[in-house]
Design a protein around this ligand. Structure first.
Ligand code: ATP
Ligand code: MG
Ligand code: FE
Length: 332
């Protein structure tokens, strides 16, 4: 099975061709980060316009690099949501046009299912598994007993982990996107500030990062008023420690309680070095297999959409040509 995947939900225009859900034949990503940087975040109008400008070239490049012809491609999978509606529509319309013109089945993929299936590109799933999803818009713990069966056991009650990283980075006057910047600074700093950890109610697998965000603001304000300057790398290291500790511990407890065989990590924050190390350490003595994708597959790409689309192709879950973008699509 050869699937063409298309992803345009946020600020990456991406197309990829994947064979049998595992083998990446091409994976083209045109990032818009430079264009959004001076605004300190993604500007939806600019994102849509860039997608329109880039999509044709990205698609052509993906087909060319894969060294396939259209006859080889079995179906076209595209992110239908969630994400920015204007951005999603560019990918959805390109996918519909191609499906119609080339007479191929169309498949709508949930963006987070894509992040989850990025894990399967290099390592086969073993069920039941636990997925920790940590991205720009989501922080969730999901149990999977089989392909494409998602049971949400915990989620954030306010900010997503990536969102918290980006907001704290802005307070520290670091460039967008802030996650990688804080990660880099953390390695140079020391944990000198005891920021709160939101464990929530006993046994809860939910998350909350808004209290931590406020604590960082207050700490910076208080220091400023006292005329002190805090070392930004220490603030970054202390913040990261607080986030990573809660993510690791809740993932560990859930893995135990649900008796999973495998733990996978998905989304942009899975690129975080502190989180990767902490999870590896926590699961080192367990029978549970921990797998974290390589960094280029953690952030937005289309190989993950093709990988998830392969499963839907096998299940014959096709979309009609009136497929629409759905900015608030649910995973379950
Ligand atoms: P979603 O997937 O929820 O729709 P998104 O697609 O915008 O949101 P991703 O592309 O999965 O999110 O991830 C981007 C987020 O990951 C940003 O918030 C970014 O700061 C964060 N991020 C990327 N690399 C790192 C890192 N090394 N450490 C921490 N955060 C990181
Ligand atoms: Mg992005
Ligand atoms: Fe994403």
């Amino acid at each position: 099975t050869i699937i063409l995947g298309i992803e345009t939900s946020c600020d990456e225009t991406a197309a990829s061709i994947v064979k049998n859900g595992r083998e990446i034949l091409s994976n083209v990503v045109a990032s818009q980060i430079e264009s959004h940087k001076r605004f300190g975040g993604v500007v939806p109008e600019i994102a849509s316009r860039h997608h329109v400008e880039q999509i044709t070239m990205v698609l052509e490049e993906a087909v060319k690099q894969a060294e396939v012809i259209w006859d080889d491609i079995d179906a076209i999978a595209v992110t239908e949501g969630p994400g920015l509606v204007g951005a999603l529509l560019v990918g959805v319309n390109a996918a519909k046009a191609l499906a119609f013109a080339k007479n191929k089945p169309l498949i709508g993929v949930h963006h987070i299912a894509g992040h989850i299936y990025a894990n399967r590109l290099e390592n086969e799933f073993v069920f039941p598994l636990l997925a920790l999803i940590v991205s720009g818009g989501h922080t969730e713990l999901v149990i999977m007993k089989d392909h494409y069966e998602y049971e949400l056991i915990g989620e954030t009650r306010d900010d997503a982990a990536g969102e918290a990283y980006d907001k704290v980075a802005r307070m520290l006057k670091l460039p967008y996107p802030g996650g990688p910047e804080i990660d880099r600074l953390s390695a140079e700093g020391k944990v000198t500030i005891d920021f709160p950890r939101a464990w929530l109610e006993e046994g809860s697998y939910d998350f909350s990062f808004s209290g931590l965000k406020s604590a960082v603001i207050n700490t910076l304000h208080n220091a400023e008023q006292r005329g002190e300057t805090l070392d930004p790398s220490d603030v970054a290291a202390s913040f990261q420690q607080s986030v990573v500790e809660v993510l690791t511990e809740k993932t560990y407890r859930a893995a135990q309680e649900y008796n999973v065989k495998q733990v996978i990590v998905a989304g942009g924050v899975a690129a975080n070095k502190g989180l990767r190390e902490s999870l590896k350490k926590r699961f080192s003595s367990e029978d549970i297999e921990l797998y974290i994708p390589p960094i280029h597959l953690c952030t937005d790409n289309a190989a993950m959409i093709a990988a998830a689309g392969t499963i839907l192709y096998k299940k014959e879950k096709f979309a009609a040509l009136d497929l629409n973008a759905n900015p608030s699509l649910m995973l379950e």
